[in-house]
Design a protein around this ligand. Structure first.
Ligand code: BGC
Length: 713
């Protein structure tokens, strides 16, 4: 298709229509009745609906075909709709939530998950997924931490990249692949006090150093689209922020794909107090470089008027439309408007054996063992009881899994039983008060009580912010009960965010199980009984209490750091709790036991053109084979712009047979020592650095080296 020729045939109304995205119900079903409400809500008529360019969210292939058919029957130029949807951690076969996935420290799994998601979604006629979310957050009060890959820009970017590569698979024209739309540009994860949609105020330095890195990585990996965020950046809503959308995105990053607003976020700039009315919103949006407005009608109702009045240059609209038509062309929609949609294939793919197997093997690497006082794995023959509100729950999909059918998931009771560990007693109870005296008597006879507690799936995700992160609804009284009865207890904790764990740590063991998707409880039971050795490690620091938030591993030293063992009042600390998190970034236990040898460095001087080698021996000092993730951090001691006390620069997840030992090697080159300034440019400084290696961000061994000029050699 010659996109330029097509553009020349289009009326202004048809062009502007391409810039609007609507939900499927606008086009089908009881159009007159159903749409009347919605149409009057967003102020568009049927003619405008049938000029729109794309669809948000579609239920299945059948529905896609119906919508496209209906649309094309009324389209003068036969420009097909392009279908976009939120396929966040699986289409119908649901994978672990992204935060859990990052705890695998195995980016290959992100690629694998994106591939399966893409094949299923594509068979339903979806061409673009609104994923990955590259927003960085250090605040578990924000419910959307569940959708991200943790607190660290480096680690998160690695996962973001694999998601984009997996979805697109180098060729979005092929059925089975979908285009990736990275979101939410920019810094949405920095909402004040973790309250969703709230104000964001970050320095340009932090914006470039931390927040932008994920979006940039996605774009460098070839993501075709980017979605703006709901929040302000520098006082200007991201959706109309010309610095972000033109200077950074187009000029610095050379992005030539499509930009899209978040849901209704162009219209919402009125609420921000940044536009008087929808007409001004349309003007600001198109000037800033926003191509598609999702679920609002500022462009469709006002761009023509603005062009006629000479306030908007048609060139801006042409540029946006061209980008959208090019995307449609690349997908192959002009040759086949029903691209991908195949109800038969859809049926074969979703929830098929192979896909479920992929979920299970991925889930096996995502749960994080945080405590284990010689109770796990549960030995065969022991009598167990299973109590708690999630003992018989199938709700393991987590947020953003609207195609996933949770009724197909198994409960923990079912999966334990299948493994031959049938609980002698299962109590689907919220708290101690719900347990009868008679059941307490039975409890006394068991060897181990498995307590399934946590948050419901709808307690994290969009618009699910909280100020109290303790375990809800008195569930920890169940742990107290086991203590009172002198029983061994194992907590399985379902959640989409880090929670405050103080009372939970009274249990003998704690498995942080997140929401692991369609095979969650299959995986959890195999971990509990030792068929699977847990290998997840945290990618967000766990706070001791809410007042400590934000707490993260790559903090700055301050001018008055708290030093271990030295009593001094006037240092940076709290009177009531330690500065450190209860569980640090990178922390997680295994049934194996890993010992670290001494850290060695090939030289104490590094010349910019060469590399240093650091090595460490890691020994599996146990009879249990398993994975260990060895982490590598750097610190720049002296720099004009202060640097954090450590920054993750590499990691290796390595399999160890029982009693195996391996020498693990990391290379340091100039690239690892480069920093980003407040304008987004890279630079480096000579001087003293530290390299640190260890099993998590706190337990590290350290060696110093110097980056020297060649002339000093
Ligand atoms: C969310 C986006 C999502 C969009 C479309 C918004 O409310 O913030 O992440 O992609 O809805 O469903």
């Amino acid at each position: 298709m010659d996109v330029n020729k097509l553009l020349h045939k289009m009326t202004i109304e048809e062009k502007v229509g391409q810039l609007m995205q609507l939900a499927p119900f606008f086009f089908i079903k009881d159009l007159e009745i159903e749409v009347a409400g919605h149409v009057s809500d967003i102020g568009i008529n049927q003619e405008k609906i049938f000029q729109s360019g794309s669809v948000l969210g579609i239920r299945n292939a059948k529905e896609m075909i119906e919508v496209q058919k209906r649309y094309l029957s009324q389209s003068r130029l036969q420009i097909p709709l392009i279908f976009m949807a939120d396929i966040i951690h699986g289409y119908e076969t649901i994978f672990p939530v992204p935060l859990a996935l990052s705890c695998s420290w195995n980016p290959k799994l992100a690629y694998q998950m994106a591939r399966v998601s893409a094949t299923e979604a594509s068979s339903a006629g979806i061409h673009v997924t609104f994923s990955p979310m590259a927003d960085l957050s250090r605040d578990p009060r924000w419910g959307r931490v569940v959708e991200g890959f943790g607190e660290d820009a480096y680690l998160s970017s690695i996962f973001v990249k694999q998601m984009v590569l997996g979805y697109q698979n180098n060729d979005i024209s092929k059925p089975g692949n979908v285009a990736s739309c990275v979101k939410h540009f920019a810094a949405y994860g920095a909402v004040e006090a973790g309250r969703d949609y709230n104000t964001v105020d970050v320095s340009r330095l932090f914006l470039h150093q931390y927040h932008l890195s994920g979006y940039k990585t996605a774009i460098d990996a070839g993501a075709k689209m980017i979605m703006t965020a709901f929040n302000l950046v520098d006082g200007v809503p991201s959706t109309v922020n010309a610095y972000l959308l033109r200077e950074v995105l187009r000029d610095q990053w050379k992005f030539n794909g499509v930009t899209i607003s978040d849901y209704d976020s162009l219209h919402q700039i009125l609420e921000h107090g940044c536009a008087e009315d929808n007409k001004e919103a349309a003007l600001l949006g198109i000037e800033a470089g926003l191509d598609i407005e999702m679920a609002s009608s500022c462009y469709v109702n006002y761009l023509k008027e603005l062009i006629d009045e000479g306030q908007v240059d048609i060139k801006l609209v042409d540029e946006a439309v061209t980008r959208i038509l090019e995307l449609k062309n690349e997908v192959g929609l002009f040759e086949n408007p029903y691209k991908g949609a195949d109800p038969e294939l859809e049926k074969q793919l979703i929830h098929n054996k192979e896909h479920l197997h992929a979920v299970k093997s991925i889930a096996d690497e995502c749960s994080v063992l945080l405590k284990n006082e010689n109770v796990l794995p549960i030995k065969k023959g022991l009598k167990i009881a299973l109590i708690g509100p999630y003992a018989q729950s199938r709700s393991t999909n987590g947020s953003w899994s609207w195609h996933g059918k949770r009724e197909l998931n198994s409960t923990l009771e079912e999966t334990l039983t299948k493994q031959g560990f049938t609980p002698v007693l299962t109590l689907n109870v919220e708290s101690q008060e719900d347990i009868s005296t008679q059941d307490k008597e039975v409890l006394k006879t068991v060897d181990i009580v498995v307590i399934a507690i946590g948050e419901d799936a709808y307690e994290s995700g969009e618009a699910r912010s909280k100020t109290d992160l303790s375990i809800p609804r008195k569930q920890t009284t169940l742990i107290q009960l086991t203590k009172e009865l002198g029983l061994k207890s194992v907590v399985v904790l379902y959640s989409g965010r880090p929670l405050i764990l103080d009372q939970v740590l009274e249990a003998d063991a704690l498995l942080y199980a997140w929401f692991l998707g369609s095979q969650a409880n299959e995986s959890i039971s195999e971990v509990l009984i030792g068929k699977v050795n847990p290998s997840g490690k945290l990618t967000m620091s766990f706070p001791r209490n809410v007042g400590q938030i934000p707490v993260y591993y790559n903090y700055f030293n301050t001018g008055r750091p708290k030093r271990e063992g030295i009593q001094n009042e006037f240092v940076s600390y709290y009177l009531d709790v330690a500065n450190t998190p209860i569980f640090p970034f990178g922390y997680g236990l295994s049934y194996a036991s890993f010992k670290y040898g001494n850290l060695e460095i090939s030289s104490h001087e590094l010349n910019p053109k060469e590399t240093l080698t650091v090595t460490i021996e890691v020994i599996n000092d146990s009879d249990v084979p398993g994975f260990e993730t060895i982490q590598f951090y750097l610190r720049d001691y002296v720099s004009k712009i202060a640097r954090p006390i450590k920054e993750l620069k590499g990691f290796q997840k390595v399999w160890f047979d029982s009693h195996a030992s391996k020498v693990i090697e990391f290379k340091i080159s100039l690239n690892d020592l480069v920093m980003i300034d407040a304008t987004g440019h890279k630079y480096f400084e000579y001087g003293k650095f530290a390299v640190m290696v260890g099993p998590n961000s706190e337990e590290v061994q350290s060696k110093d080296f110097k980056l020297i000029k060649e002339s000093e050699l």
